[in-house]
Design a protein around this ligand. Sequence first.
Ligand code: MN3
Length: 200
Amino acid sequence: MSHVQNPLPYDFSALEPHIDTATMKLHHGMHHASYVKNLNVALDKYPDFHALSLDQLLMKLEELPEDIRTVVRNNGGGHWAHDLYWNCMSPNGGGLPEGKLMDKLVSDFGDYDVFKEKLSETAAKVFGSGWAWLVQDREGKLKVYSTPGHDCPLMVGENALMVIDVWEHAYYLNYQNRRVDYIGAYWNIIDWKGVAGRLK
Ligand code: MN3
């Protein structure tokens, strides 16, 4: 089984002006695509692992042959995280979360604005390349943290609800060094219905 990249769930231009068309084309068409390709190349010589889904591979990295473990971690993780990232955004996004998700954010963070500030700050503070996540832990509690490289909450058995890509390739064409402005713009396109659908 070969891993495939899903098309974007909207047009490359759909998130303008918050994320520009050129960034989306490069990000999805080149960066994300290369992670999928590298993942498939690495797995090519190990047919025993061809039947495993991406989730299964990332949850049992320590069982993979040592010579491809880091490649699968980086490229499989990148494939997985980008899939979630595209699905966290929508041209009809923004506004405030509703219902059960809003209740849960308020009960676990004290206040919606506290959560929003915490995730924004976590994303802004990532040193180098990485991701900032809203995660539901094994006890069901919501929390915010960042991961370096392409590491995903799935690798430690936690449920990722939303993510901000803070690798420079996600914003540099339009925002240059103004990562904070990109993070601010992200809140205008966040797809809260999608986030709520991932709550368990
Ligand atoms: Mn990226």
